[in-house]
Write a protein that binds this ligand. Structure first.
Ligand SMILES: NC(=O)c1ccc[n+]([C@@H]2O[C@H](COP(=O)([O-])OP(=O)(O)OC[C@H]3O[C@@H](n4cnc5c(N)ncnc54)[C@H](OP(=O)(O)O)[C@@H]3O)[C@@H](O)[C@H]2O)c1
Length: 246
């Protein structure tokens, strides 16, 4: 029987880092498939990378997550890498909170929805598609500011708290998955400050040499995922591969 094709699933595929990741996977693993999911259509850049990218649109409603996950499950593919890249720090209306007086329920809801709730809901719907025998690495894009131990500066209440919640949700999912599949590894990834729209308003304070390109981060991440040992099956690592305190 033919082996199912190794497939990379990239959710939040229009993120600057995700696009670099897609390009890199296309070059380094030309025999593997890529399924990309985003709110918006593929950019020309991503589309031109290779023919083997399948680009799916989602509004990230649970209905859409459920139907796309079922669609993926029906195919004869083996998901070997899953990257959930979505994350939001600011938008046209709201900047990260500096003080308690800046906090609003609306912003808390919005940040938690994208940074914590959507990733775990994707896992809920994808769980049946996770391979039971072949290796698979599930990466969620976390952030060092989501570390409770490492919070020495305060501020950014909703972003910090939603990434901390993401870390707890991923840890809990990893423990559950371990009960039925020993081959699935989980990575909460901190990319470092990367030159993307998300960090754009805050880049002026970044020390020289500490603002990374998306290409560099994608390179680091793919190496990390490739070299992840079997144990521990759950890690919170930065772009260097150094552990971040939970
Ligand atoms: N850049 C940094 O310095 C930095 C540092 C630490 C952590 N991170 C994390 O790295 C990840 C990638 O971010 P990036 O820097 O590449 O930023 P980016 O280019 O601004 O990408 C934003 C990402 O968030 C998703 N997104 C934005 N608004 C959304 C909404 N309303 N609903 C659902 N999804 C939404 C986008 O998904 P679509 O594809 O659907 O548009 C896309 O995946 C994020 O999780 C971020 O928190 C970044």
């Amino acid at each position: 029987m033919a082996r199912p094709e190794s497939t990379n699933l990239i959710i939040g595929a229009s993120s600057t880092i995700a696009k670099a990741l897609i390009a890199k996977i296309g070059r380094e693993y030309p025999d593997e498939q890529i399924i990309a999911i985003s709110r918006s259509a593929a950019s020309e850049h991503a589309e031109s990378e290779r023919e083997r990218i399948e680009w799916l649109i989602s509004d990230y409603s649970e209905q859409s997550m459920s139907s796309l996950s079922k669609e993926i499950q029906k195919r004869d593919v083996s998901l070997n890498r899953i990257f959930i890249c979505n994350g939001i720090l600011h938008d046209e209306e709201f900047f990260p909170e500096k003080r308690l007086k800046d906090i609003s329920l609306e912003v808390l809801h919005k940040r938690f929805a994208v940074n914590a709730f959507q990733p775990v809901l994707w896992l809920k719907h994808l769980i049946k598609s996770l391979p039971r025998d072949q290796e698979c690495v599930v990466t969620v894009f976390s952030a060092r500011v989501g570390s409770i131990d490492d919070n020495n500066h305060g501020g950014w209440y909703s972003y910090r708290a939603s990434k901390a919640a993401l870390n707890m949700l991923i840890k809990t999912a990893a423990i559950e998955c371990r009960r039925f599949a020993k081959n699935i590894k989980f990575l909460a990834f901190h990319p470092g400050t990367t030159d993307t729209p998300l960090s754009a308003p805050f880049q002026k304070d970044v020390p020289a040499g500490k603002l990374f390109s998306a290409d560099f981060v994608a390179d680091q991440l793919l190496k990390l995922v490739h070299d992840l040992p079997a144990e521990p099956y759950l890690n919170f690592l930065d772009w260097k591969g150094d552990p971040v305190a939970w």
